[in-house]
Ligand binder design. Structure first.
Ligand SMILES: *[C@@H]1O[C@H](CO)[C@@H](O)[C@H](O)[C@H]1NC(C)=O
Length: 537
């Protein structure tokens, strides 16, 4: 069975044992979980303090060393469940939710067996055929998809809560911690309300799934740019693919208020990611990516099997359900109660929420104006925004660009007609309406130039043949002229190549200190003037 290979790639990272080709919990774990599943009268697990003791016993039965947990984990559990949580909520938590989580954990081996059985037989993801979907390590430079049921994800996240995943080889395999020990330990080490509210989101998620098991699916995909044009890969643009691109710029809409995750039209919603998917979600982080992981906790499951992203990679997650409302950002982040996710469901049982993780350059400073790094950023965004079903069309676009001055036929219809050559896509049409919902990617903690990053994302979306970009400025002052600039550029009918070349010229001047102004003012010096005529062609 092909899926045994999949299982083998991840077995060392799971807490289960494989015996005569079936998965099991060790019997001591089964006994302990059964006790917890019968409720506090039976198990005595009725406080954070005792819960941690139960967790320690479970870990011992799995031969996980006590020393590999964050040192304040016990204090964190006790602080959260015994001091911060109300007695009424704690009664429900220990009386109902925790027993249901233990039940779910007991079913993990069966859920995995069922998962591999289905993964063996299905071959179709979205419009793509012939794709394997079994749970496995999605290693760097290997494009691929893992499709999990929400129930299996719930069981995996329960493992994280009980700190049952083996941790010892994760770092060496470029994987982050996946257990929740640091989440609780940092609550105690450095108490702050945002950390408490992050945990509230996670606790709320377990309360929800234990009262009603969600029935959908979530897919996790590693997207890879490659010159190797085999199944699943996206063509890797070269420098001149950008300068010579004749692709038209897509629509660009600016929203000065609102949030990406509230965008109602179907779109790829950008996660301003860390190269390690999830960033500081399970430690102290609480900015854009981490907040998304708290309100859509199923994203966390990807941290189990998606090692660090390389420059030519992106991660796409389809179907993660949102469970929580929130307000604030960073230190002001607060859980604000239940959220009922009303997104439509696709034919594979996934919510039509598509989250694209792309990691921007970290603290690029002046480096971001050097062409090599401009290309890195635009290719990263292109990787995230692209639709693997359009690989062939992208190739045609690039080929056209590379065959220099010769006037080629750029009729979009001629591109479409060639799209079936690759044979892995049944129909590309489902993706045609899906644009990009994004914002200040890599501009907060990462320190990128927001004017440049907005343009780079526009280029990438256009080259990926997306119909639109909706840009949430989060009220950023540097972008108050973003709508004027994009309108001006649109009215001049620039192609991707035109805008790219202008950005390269600006960046070259900026890196040589020949200019100090932002791109918008450099391009349109009279922009801040109130005279509308000045912007006329
Ligand atoms: C989830 O995916 C599996 C495998 O493709 C499929 O059998 C199942 O019907 C899907 N669930 C829903 C709710 O569509």
């Amino acid at each position: 069975m092909e899926t045994r290979e999949d299982l083998n790639s991840i077995l060392d990272f799971l807490p289960l044992v494989l015996r005569s080709s079936a998965l099991f919990w060790p019997s001591a774990v089964v006994e302990a979980l059964k006790a917890v599943s019968k409720g506090p009268e039976h198990s005595k697990v009725d406080s954070g303090e005792v819960l941690f003791l139960a967790i320690s016993d479970l870990r011992q039965s799995l031969s996980l060393s006590a020393g590999s947990l964050a040192s304040s984990t016990a204090d964190g559990f006790s602080l959260y469940f015994d001091d911060l949580m109300s007695r009424a909520e704690a009664n429900i938590w220990f009386g109902e939710v925790l027993p249901a989580m233990a039940d779910l954990l007991l079913r993990l081996p069966l859920l995995l067996e069922a998962h591999y059985k289905v993964a063996d037989s299905i071959t179709c993801v979205g419009a793509r055929d012939g794709i394997k979907t079994g749970l496995r390590m999605l290693k760097s430079q290997e494009a691929g998809v893992v499709l999990l049921s929400q129930e299996l994800i719930g069981a995996l996240l329960a493992c994280s809560f009980f700190c049952l995943f083996p941790n010892s080889t994760r770092g060496a395999n470029h994987l982050q911690v996946i257990n929740f020990d640091h989440l609780f330990a940092s609550l105690y080490d450095n108490y702050n309300e945002k950390q408490e509210n992050k945990i509230k989101c996670i606790i709320h998620y377990f309360e929800r799934i234990c009262s009603s098991v969600p029935v959908g699916n979530v897919s996790f995909e590693r997207k890879v740019l490659s010159t190797d044009q085999t199944l699943n890969y996206i063509p890797h643009p070269k420098d001149e693919s950008w300068s010579k691109s004749v692709a038209p710029l897509c629509l660009f809409e600016v929203c000065s208020s609102g949030l990406i995750e509230d965008h109602s039209k179907e779109a790829l919603e950008v996660d301003f990611a860390n190269m390690y998917f999830g960033g500081g979600a399970l430690t102290r982080g609480c900015v854009q990516e981490e907040i998304r992981f708290m309100i859509n906790p199923e994203l966390i499951a990807g941290m189990l099997f998606l090692p660090c992203m390389a420059d030519n990679e992106a991660i796409e997650v389809v179907g993660a359900e949102r469970f929580s409302q929130y307000t604030g950002y960073a230190s002001s982040f607060r859980f604000r109660g239940d959220f009922v996710d009303k997104k439509d469901i696709d034919i594979m049982g996934r919510r039509k929420t598509r989250i694209i993780a792309i990691d921007a350059l970290v603290n690029p400073g002046r480096r971001q104006y050097i062409q090599e790094f401009l290309v890195r950023e635009v290719n990263k965004a292109f990787c995230g925004f692209s639709d693997p079903c359009k690989s062939h069309q992208y190739q045609m676009l690039f080929k056209d660009a590379h065959s220099s001055e010769a006037e080629l036929d750029h009729d979009p219809k001629s591109l479409e007609s060639s799209s079936d050559n690759l044979g892995i896509c049944q129909s590309a049409s489902v993706e045609d309406e899906v644009g990009i919902a994004t914002g200040n990617w890599g501009c907060g903690a990462f320190g990128g130039d927001p004017e440049l990053k907005a343009m780079i994302q526009w280029l990438a979306a256009s080259q990926a043949l997306r119909p639109f970009v909706v840009y949430y400025t989060f009220g950023l002052e540097a972008l108050q002229n973003l709508d004027k600039v994009t309108e001006w550029i649109t009215s001049h009918r620039w192609s991707v190549g035109d805008l790219w070349n202008m950005i390269v010229e600006y960046s070259s001047q900026r890196s040589k200190k020949e200019t100090q102004v932002g791109f918008f003012n450099w391009l349109l010096p009279l922009l801040s003037s109130d005279d509308p005529m000045i912007l006329d062609p």
